[in-house]
Design a protein around this ligand. Structure first.
Ligand SMILES: [Zn+2]
Length: 378
């Protein structure tokens, strides 16, 4: 027999809500589903116009409550190795296969399956569902939702970000910023370098600045909960040129930083940006584009939210993880945030991504326990 959470997960997996694409289908389905329980969903379109965040409240919105946060987008499923259609939930024993089952439609399904229990008796503190788009593109959607929170609800007590953590609460992750630099020089025949401007040659100065910055960062400062315990910087791609006998007009490079919690990730890119912009004085066109950025998460182990999750999970929170989430953006907006969700992050972004039905059930139980906590003084 299929549980309520599994049935909802099957519906959610069926929407190809791939990052960077319109997401009206999944948003409408979730809004309709909530409406069938008498819960009103606010559909909050982003500036792109064709995709939206979704926010809904169960209980008194004018009182402080808890946000359950998840993203509706998934990474594409073009990688080889899938044994079936990634957008058709496939059940084999306890395993539920499909794109997004772990990251993170499983959490969304568990939350939606818990809604009837929230409604069974009045909540004294509300529970909010905050579902975002384009998280997989560097958390691009959720800032538009967070900006609307003051209109939507009283300042929340905390946000639980349901990224896969094996249902153990996580207090910290690094921040990240990614950027692309493009240099435009002047093309020509390679026999006359004196007449051209070689964009690949010029990019070596940007690379050198990046490598120097990366070496400096490894010297500290340190925060020992992270691996590695320092901020890092890495060039991920470089491209340019057409043929060996043509002076390359264009060269572009993409790099990212991962910052410990006391450091602003975008600030770490500054020396690289300066090196790029200095090339303008040599006649190059310089374009600097920030691709994505989100701050680190750092929640004190003594915070009430950490204490609540310790009680709900029955296990001490984990200090830190290496992947990033929307949690740092909530924290920066003044909302305490913690990560706790079903499944193993190691299964995410891979063929045959799956979640266990037992993991879904455990997540739903925890969320229902949060509901009981929210009516403790009713
Ligand atoms: Zn995710």
């Amino acid at each position: 027999m299929m549980t309520r959470a599994t049935g909802i997960l099957r519906e959610l997996v069926g929407f190809q809500s791939v990052v960077g694409m319109p997401n009206g289908g999944i948003v409408e389905w979730i809004a309709d589903h909530l409406r069938s329980f008498g819960v009103t969903a606010h559909i909050l379109p982003g500036p792109e116009g064709d995709r939206a965040n979704l926010f809904a409240t169960i209980g008194p919105a004018d009182r402080p409550g808890y946000i359950l946060s998840g993203h509706m987008d998934v990474v594409p499923a073009r990688e080889a190795g899938w044994d079936g259609d990634p957008f058709l939930l496939r059940i084999e024993g306890d395993r539920l296969y499909g794109r997004g089952t772990t990251d993170m439609k499983g959490f969304l399904a568990a939350v939606l399956a818990a809604v009837p229990s929230f409604l069974a008796r009045p909540l004294s503190s509300p529970i909010h569902l905050a579902l975002s788009y384009d998280e997989e593109a560097g958390c691009r959607g959720v800032p538009h939702l967070i900006a609307r929170l003051p209109d939507l609800c009283a300042p929340p007590l905390g946000a639980i970000i349901g990224e896969p953590s094996g249902m153990r609460a996580i207090l910290a992750h690094k921040g990240k910023a990614a950027a692309r630099v493009t240099l435009t020089g002047r093309s020509g025949h390679s026999s006359r370098p004196d007449l051209g401007l070689n964009a690949i040659h010029a990019m070596t100065e940007v690379q050198q600045a990046a490598v120097t910055a990366a070496i400096d960062l490894a010297q500290g400062p340190f925060e020992t909960e992270f691996e590695p315990p320092y901020s890092s910087l890495s060039i991920g791609t470089i491209g340019g040129g057409q043929a060996v006998n043509i002076i390359p007009e264009l060269c572009s490079l993409e790099l990212e930083t991962r910052a410990i919690s006391s450091v602003d990730p975008e600030a770490l890119l500054a020396p690289v940006r300066e090196a790029a912009e200095a090339l303008a004085s040599k006649g190059f066109g310089v374009d600097w584009q920030v691709l994505s950025a989100y701050p680190a998460l750092s929640l004190a182990p003594s915070s009430p939210l950490a204490g609540l999750l310790k009680d709900l999970t029955g296990i001490e929170p984990l200090a830190a993880v290496s992947y990033g989430t929307e949690a740092g953006l909530y924290q920066r907006a003044g909302v305490e945030a913690i990560i706790c969700g079903p499944g193993d992050i190691a299964r995410a972004h891979k063929p045959n991504e799956f979640i266990l039905a037992s993991e879904l059930a455990a997540c739903q139980s925890l969320i229902e326990a949060l509901g009981r906590h929210c009516r403790r003084d009713a």
